[in-house]
Unconditional design. Sequence first.
Length: 109
Amino acid sequence: MKTWLVAGLVASAIALGAFQALPRCTALDPETGKVGDTVAVKGENLNKNNISEVYLTDGSKDTKAAISEQTDTQIKFKVPEIKPGRYHLAMLTANGASMIEQPVVLTVE
């Protein structure tokens, strides 16, 4: 019975460790911009090991944004050619397995 307990605890620790690297965005600077402007995304676990691409999404169409700088706590990207409106930020994980929509919104003028 002790073997099962130890195995369960090890499996739980591995599973929790896997979730610690999920990217999380906390702010955009600025929150409003125009096509071609540079926007900084602030958060955690935003490095190249976790995030490969950034998109702006209106819920029906995802538009890729060009990343100009990337660290663990910040990504800078240029606002792509898109029509004015409100867009959520979505990030493609480095392994390409998941597109994670973030709770931050960019208003494009």
